[in-house]
Write a protein that binds this ligand. Structure first.
Ligand code: C5P
Length: 231
């Protein structure tokens, strides 16, 4: 089973995260641990979630010199996580070195994906940091660079999925947040896409937070998302 749903564990305590994990089956979903939960609970907690049987996407978005990033991804691999990410804007050398280090882990290595342009940035923000281009052009440039570094894929917004899938071909993972069913509140997400549409546009994995974690029944909400993506 492909298990396309990755639940974002955006919690500030171990207890809150564990209470959600008790309600969902690791055979049906994967989970994402980001900077908040990692900073609050540490690597031991990541290891514990892995031990519970969950595939963990460790969303720490590494961005540093190649030596530091490749060492950090190896420590993430030690924790047994399923997927790790870094910023493609750290450059080709940084991405290549991280990927080469992970290859030493062997077949069981975590997947390594890149963040291209944060979806919180608009054209004006790119200009202010010296990038005089449309966000979409920069997304494509960095996705191409990630492919050249032989990374496994990129995180992308659902609005970028269709054109990225067209540009990158099939053997490149597209991991997409900003997913909502019609009945879900969009929260702070400005552009949202339904689960079926995101899959149809070429996403491989959907990152879903609040529509599942804040649902009255997370188990039922997860089942709804699974049904919507398996059509
Ligand atoms: O609650 P919600 O479904 O909006 O959670 C989405 C998750 O995906 C959060 O962990 C958020 O940080 C992450 N994310 C995002 N947009 C991006 C990249 C990551 O919402 N462009």
């Amino acid at each position: 089973m492909k298990k396309p749903i990755i639940i974002a564990l955006d919690f500030d305590t171990e207890q809150a995260a564990l209470s959600l994990l008790e309600q969902v089956d690791p055979g049906l979903c994967r989970v994402k641990i980001g900077k908040e939960l990692f900073t609050a609970c540490g690597p031991q907690f990541v290891h514990r979630v892995v031990k519970e049987g969950f595939d963990v996407f460790l969303d720490l978005k590494f961005h540093d010199i190649p030596n530091t990033v490749s060492a950090a991804v190896m420590r993430a691999a030690d924790l047994g996580v399923w997927m790790i990410n870094l910023h493609a804007s750290g450059g080709l050398g940084m991405m290549e070195q991280a990927r080469q280090s992970l290859e030493r882990v062997g077949e069981e290595r975590p997947l390594l994906i890149a963040v291209t342009v944060l979806t919180s940035l608009v054209k004006q923000d790119l200009v202010a940091i010296g990038l005089n281009c449309e966000p979409q052009d920069q997304v494509l440039r960095l996705a191409d660079l990630a492919r050249k570094a032989r990374l496994d894929g990129v995180v992308c917004s659902a609005t970028e999925t269709a054109f990225l899938r067209h540009e990158t071909g099939q053997d490149f993972l597209l991991v997409t947040p900003g997913i909502r069913r019609p009945e879900d509140a969009s929260g702070d997400q400005r552009r949202v896409t339904g689960p079926a549409e995101a899959m149809a546009n070429g996403s491989d994995f959907l990152v879903v937070g609040r529509p599942i974690t804040r649902a009255s029944s997370p188990r039922q909400a997860l089942q709804d998302f699974i049904t919507a993506t398996s059509g």
